[in-house]
Write a protein that binds this ligand. Structure first.
Ligand SMILES: Cc1cc2nc3c(=O)[nH]c(=O)nc-3n(C[C@H](O)[C@H](O)[C@H](O)COP(=O)(O)OP(=O)(O)OC[C@H]3O[C@@H](n4cnc5c(N)ncnc54)[C@H](O)[C@@H]3O)c2cc1C
Length: 264
């Protein structure tokens, strides 16, 4: 059976978020928490691949790392129809940067044994787009980022064909499995959730901690992170621009000896 692991993140709704002028930090608690929109697409892609295997030829597992409240995104995934939900929750995970986050998710992947890991292109709060590729690196698996369409699984289920767009160039790739991919929102329109499916999963969400993953405290959180944030600040506002009438621009160009080609 093909096993697909979808990594999903709970994020603050960035349309509601503001910055604390005193501390320069995000006011996360004031914004509603939602499922990262790119991860909704990742779930949809996984469920469509499963449907193409005839339904019972694949298993879709949703995985999140986050505090107690992050359980809510697993229920969102359950409502879309995933088979299994795993919540990585431990005080030791707090303060993890993208490297440590990827290490924790990769440790869970090793236990779950997926053929394919699907991540969103990026999280709308952190915005780094690093977690998927970093997981692939830590698992020593091939990785394809920015996938733009439903992957075509080959009959033996040992490889697939992917499409992606990089810098305006369309690429078609053949990728051996197991692999990690990250998906663009344009890859698939997410389905509507079912409240019955969501309710059926409420008691079945698995919760794994540091011990379950077999990681040491030093691998996680700030101790396991390669990044140190030395300061956060709001950049000073740029000076207001002044619109010049066309005549003034021509005079200015002449005084600076700027020719039509733009060179002085
Ligand atoms: C020093 C430091 C300390 C930090 N401390 C904290 C903290 O205490 N609390 C906190 O919330 N953040 C913290 N962060 C931010 C945290 O590291 C990132 O939010 C996290 O690593 C994901 O990075 P990203 O948001 O850029 O995700 P991206 O790399 O942009 O995400 C890409 C994809 O990876 C997957 N993904 C990302 N994160 C998760 C996740 N948690 N679970 C499952 N799938 C995921 C999703 O599929 C997502 O679409 C800290 C960062 C640094 C540098």
């Amino acid at each position: 059976m093909l096993r697909i692991l979808v990594c999903i993140k709970q994020v603050p709704n960035t349309t509601e978020i503001s910055v604390d002028r005193e501390t320069g930090l995000l006011n996360r608690e004031r914004a509603a928490a939602v499922l990262n929109p790119f991860d909704e697409t990742a779930l949809e892609i996984a469920l469509r691949i499963k449907a193409r295997t005839g339904g019972d030829g694949a298993e879709v597992i949703a995985l999140t790392m986050g505090p107690e409240a992050a359980r809510a995104v697993l229920l969102d995934a359950a409502g879309l129809g995933v088979d299994r939900c795993v919540h990585l929750c431990d005080a030791a995970f707090r303060g993890s940067d993208t490297y440590a986050t990827a290490k924790i998710l990769a440790a869970a992947a090793k236990k779950l044994g997926p053929d394919l890991i699907i991540c969103g292109r990026q999280a709308i709060d952190g915005d780094t787009a690093q977690v998927g590729p970093s997981m692939a690196e830590q698992l020593h698996w091939p990785e394809a980022a920015y996938v733009t369409a439903l992957p075509q699984l080959h009959p033996a289920k040992t490889s697939m064909t992917l499409c992606r767009t990089l810098d305006g160039v369309e690429e078609e790739l053949r990728v051996p499995l197991p692999a990690v991919i990250t998906v663009q929102k344009s890859a698939a329109e997410p389905r509507l959730p079912s409240y019955q499916l969501r309710a059926a999963m409420t008691e079945k969400i698995e919760r794994w901690d540091l011990k379950t993953l077999g990681l040491a405290k030093e691998d996680c959180g700030l101790a396991g992170s390669k990044t140190r944030v030395s300061r956060t600040f709001t950049p000073p506002p740029r000076p207001l621009c002044t619109m010049l009438p066309e005549g003034d621009i021509l005079a200015l160009r002449a005084s600076l000896k700027i020719t039509e080609g733009g060179k002085a």
